[in-house]
Design a protein around this ligand. Structure first.
Ligand code: C2O
Ligand code: CU
Length: 735
């Protein structure tokens, strides 16, 4: 049975673009009278339209009639508007709102309160959870959190009953239920392997691994891996930073307060770092790790003289600053790369308040990973931009891949880990594996979070006794603050949150997610402790409980964004970018594993649970692609031109049919944007952003304000995806 389902899916995967286009053209002709509405809706269960939209397969569950019923229906898994494009519970389980669309429901049984009831349950059938009553037509219910589940609709004599009594009318299963150990059929196929001469691709790419300098990488603890997967090696020379035992020991970062007109010297160089008892040669800015935190007032102008003391060419990109394009730090677009021993002078401006960061824009997969990153805190000019707190902390989230012999080497000419990106196994906060903070009971702390990891999306939360409020993101506040159980933060994103520590004792700061055990077709909880906050019994003064308990509205952001949001939501996108991949010359086992893996794509790939095949897949094999839907042009061929002042609706669609589709944190340099909708559901609490996490199979509608002239990069911020080509240029001309 599972084999059949599999075949059906594979045929989808092989859809040629022409047959797709033909199918769409037919639909379009039939629907052309209603085109504007058809274009505007595009939720997962809507009929297919000419403009790519949210994945039907992942987010729309077809309900099938139970015996004796002729009812039909769908259960749409909807985005829940809020500060994150992905909804998960504190433990990383997907959370959904669900919209039922039901037709031809059978007559109801007699009883005290007859009606139809919807239920959700794991595949084991227990516990069966009552979602609520449904009726002919559309009913919105939820939210609930389940990773893979069944949906039932029953005809009940008494709709108030907590358990199902009545007859089953409709049933369906979420896409994740396709992951079953039965599909190990495919894994065994991959496990058998093939003689090398029969493996065309291995033949092409093949070379004796050890001569390239690769040893091995740590496997994911507790998971089974195929021998043929573990034998894979990147088909390319390895690169490591030569050991320099005498390099200076890195110092913790310093805060550098800069006033308008000030100049800072910033040197990227080699340092020694000791992490979890082992010492490594790494990189740092001004001998610090993370790099110095720049503190500047909003509206200031500052000069940074960058010196490259690295053994590699580099630049500095000022992530999120709407500055002059000449100082954006992109080699080949805004400046030549700064060679070792050379310098470059940047002029920075800070039009927006909040938290920003800087990093090299050359081989980020190596340079950023080795420690070249720092925060910029721009003090907002509005005095009451945030509510009162006892203290502010700036936390940079990162991970590092450590093997038995030290840091796992990088690819010399191209990145390794070009499939899912380089997941580390040592999680770091401000460069430290065990971050600590001591606070008093009742203390309110504002945390400025920045994710600088190559690929890892964090689902950050605190243990019991701490409450968390989301205040702002990349370029300023949300219109309304909101409570959250956890913070989902993709690479390069920033979130501003406030936490009140309400009880004395230790409170862990956690990254809790659902890892995917590909061998056994299941998800399992992954919990990492990022650090510990010790809450002392002494009470924080003054008591900020009252102000903390209130959710503030930012009138300034509301004034800037409300009309923009209302005026653009529901209108069709003006540009559509498809996020795709092409795979070239993969080894047999990798290709087979990816096919099995494509039965289902979790919205976010949270953990590196396929370490071997991921590691051994290199840049040229993984051609991650931005495709302009209108022209079919891809990556650097795309030539988008706008005028300063334009407001442009851009849809990013993460194409589900892509082999090994996964989330992409898409970043646009030099501008700011609002999220209008996710999977056709309108956003209702905007904040200006520069990076957005686009979940697998999702469609995210943006409103981009083209406020800053120049040529600007738009790219995926997974370092390995960027390096394998997932980038384009957006040109904004002076109007
Ligand atoms: Cu942090 Cu091109 O960006
Ligand atoms: Cu990507």
């Amino acid at each position: 049975m599972s084999l059949k389902r599999h075949e059906r899916y594979i045929s989808v995967d092989h859809f040629s673009d022409t047959s797709r286009a033909a199918a769409l053209a037919v639909t379009l002709a039939a629907a052309s009278v209603f085109l504007p509405t058809a274009l505007a809706a595009q939720r997962p269960c809507d009929p297919v339209s000419a403009v790519p939209s949210a994945s039907h397969d992942l987010y729309c569950i077809h309900l099938f009639p139970a015996a004796g019923s002729s009812a039909t229906g769908t259960a749409e898994l909807d985005w829940i508007p809020g500060p994150f494009t992905v909804n998960v519970a504190k433990d990383g389980t997907n959370r959904w709102a669900v919209r039922f669309s039901l037709h031809d429901l059978p007559p109801l049984p007699p009883g005290p309160a007859p009606g139809y009831v919807a239920w959700v349950m794991p595949q084991s059938l227990t516990p069966m959870r009552r979602l609520g009553t449904v009726h002919e037509g559309t009913t919105a219910l939820g939210p609930f959190a389940l990773q893979s589940f069944l949906v039932h609709v029953s005809a009940e004599p008494d709709t108030t009953a907590a358990t199902r009594q009545g007859r089953l009318v409709l049933r369906g299963e979420s896409a994740a239920t396709r992951l079953r150990p039965a599909d190990n059929y495919e894994f065994f196929l991959g496990g058998i392997g093939v003689p090398r001469e029969q493996d065309e691709h291995a033949h092409h790419m093949g070379a004796a691994p050890d001569s390239l300098g690769w040893t091995g990488i740590p496997m994911y603890p507790g998971l089974d891996m195929l021998p043929s997967e573990m034998a894979l090696r990147p088909p390319m020379a390895a690169w490591s930073l030569p050991e320099r035992p005498n390099a200076p020991a890195a110092r913790p970062r310093e805060v550098v307060t800069l006033a308008d007109g000030d100049t800072l010297d910033l040197t990227a160089g080699v340092v020694r770092r000791t992490l979890a008892g082992r010492s490594y040669t790494m990189f740092g800015f001004n001998g610090q790790y993370p790099g110095p935190m720049l503190r500047v007032p909003q509206g200031a102008q500052v000069i940074v003289r960058f010196h490259n003391a690295l053994p590699l060419p580099s630049t500095v990109h000022w992530h999120g600053l709407r500055l002059d394009a000449r100082f954006d730090g992109v080699p080949g677009l805004s400046q030549p790369a700064v060679e070792p021993g050379e310098s470059f002078t940047y002029q920075l401006v800070f039009p927006d308040g909040g938290i920003f960061w800087y990093h090299p824009h050359v081989r980020e997969d190596i340079q950023q990973d080795l420690g070249l990153y720092g925060n910029i805190f721009v003090q907002p000019s509005l005095p009451d931009a945030w509510g009162p707190v006892h203290r502010e902390e700036f936390l940079i989230l990162d991970d590092l891949l450590v093997g038995e012999d030290g840091l796992v080497p990088w690819g010399r000419d191209e990145p390794t880990h070009a499939a899912m990106g380089r997941f580390g196994n040592l999680l770091l906060v401000n460069g430290e594996p065990d971050w600590r903070l001591q606070v008093r009971q009742g203390e309110v702390v504002r945390l400025f979070l920045t994710n600088v990891s190559n690929t890892r999306t964090f689902n950050l939360s605190f243990g019991a006794g701490a409450r968390l409020k989301v205040v702002g993101s990349d370029l300023g506040n949300f219109v309304r603050e909101s409570w959250a159980e956890s913070v989902v933060i993709g690479p390069a994103e920033r979130y501003v949150v406030e936490v009140r520590f309400e009880e004395p004792g230790p409170v862990a700061m956690l990254n809790a997610v659902q890892g995917q055990d590909h061998m056994n077709g299941r998800f399992f909880p992954v919990v990492d402790t990022l650090g510990v906050v010790t809450v002392t019994a002494a009470r924080a003064q003054p008591d900020l409980a009252q102000s903390f308990n209130a959710l503030r509205t930012d009138r300034f952001v509301a004034n800037e964004t409300t009309a923009l949001l209302r005026g653009n939501q529901g209108l069709p996108p003006e540009r559509v970018l498809e996020l795709r991949a092409k795979w070239v010359g993969l080894p047999f086992v990798t290709e087979r594993l990816m096919r099995v893996d494509s039965l289902y794509h979790n919205p976010v790939e949270w953990a590196g649970t396929m370490p071997g095949m991921n590691w051994a897949t290199i840049g040229p094999q993984a051609q991650w692609t931005l495709r302009d839907h209108a022209t079919g042009r891809e990556n650097h061929e795309i030539d988008w031109r706008f005028r300063k002042g334009d407001l442009v609706r851009i849809r990013l669609v993460n194409i589900r049919e892509t082999l090994h589709a996964m989330q992409h944190p898409i970043h646009l340099h030099g501008q700011r944007f609002l999220i209008l909708a996710v999977n056709g559901v309108a956003a209702d609490d905007p904040a200006w952003k520069d990076t957005v996490l686009v979940p697998a199979g999702a469609a995210v509608d943006l409103l981009v304000e083209m406020s800053n002239p120049g040529p600007w990069m738009l790219h995926c911020h997974i370092a390995e995806h960027l390096q394998s080509g997932m980038m384009m240029t957006v040109n904004v001309e002076e109007s």
